[in-house]
Design a protein around this ligand. Structure first.
Ligand SMILES: [Zn+2]
Length: 216
């Protein structure tokens, strides 16, 4: 049994990886680090980096690796990551994976597999709170009251990122740039493939089986 977990989650958009990352974070008591959230926080706080990120995102571009790596390094060096962490959405390409390897030793890599068609379908069901940023899913994680946030009572909306054109673009990037990274983790025997189809509770069970298998 390792005393800390440095977990990286891979999976296409809509694979349920974010939801399972939240569960894992609660289960192991370690932070979930998603670049999207870290970027949004930097933008909201209008830090130097945040201002740069805001402009890039407004133009509809991806944040360059140099900025992504810098912001993730800063985050990984914070005290709450000492006991482990869950990376959700990083690394996305070879440059980022090389940087992560230089920074730390990853202990587990989970790949969530679902067909592209299912990604598109699931994302079309995703809604976000306009006020607090809480995320919902019309099929798997419904708000108690339709179109209203459970936490703060504000309206929910569909992010531009969750519309078909943006989804296709990101799926393509996932297949071309992210999937080829898995080889390095497979070679280290730390890659576990999780079937992402089915209810959240079933997928969660599959994840628990992986950690049981590793540590029993
Ligand atoms: Zn809310």
């Amino acid at each position: 049994m390792t005393d800390f977990k440095k977990i990286v989650l891979f999976g296409p958009q809509g694979s349920g990886k974010g939801t399972q990352a939240e569960r894992l974070s609660g289960f192991f008591g370690i932070p979930q680090l998603a670049p999207g959230n870290i970027f949004r926080k930097a933008v909201a706080e209008a830090t130097d980096l945040g201002k740069k990120v805001e402009l890039i995102l407004k133009q509809g571009n991806l944040v360059p690796d140099e900025i992504t790596n810098a912001i993730m390094k800063e985050r990984l060096e914070q005290e709450d990551c000492l006991g482990g962490f869950i990376l959700d959405g990083y690394p996305r390409n070879k440059t980022q994976a090389d940087e992560l390897d230089a920074l730390t030793n990853v202990s587990h890599v989970l790949l969530f597999k679902i067909p592209d068609q299912e990604s598109v379908h699931r994302l079309s069901q995703r809604r976000v709170c306009s006020h607090c940023g809480a995320t919902y899913h019309l099929e798997f994680k419904k708000p108690v009251q339709e179109n209203v946030c459970d936490f703060c009572g504000h309206n929910l909306y569909q992010r531009d990122d969750d519309k078909p054109a943006a989804i296709s673009k990101r799926l393509k990037i996932f297949h071309q740039e992210t999937e080829p990274l898995l080889v390095r983790y497979e070679q280290r025997a730390i890659l576990y493939t999780i079937d992402g189809l089915g209810p959240i509770a079933e997928v969660w069970q599959r994840i628990q089986d992986v950690f049981k298998q590793v540590h029993d």
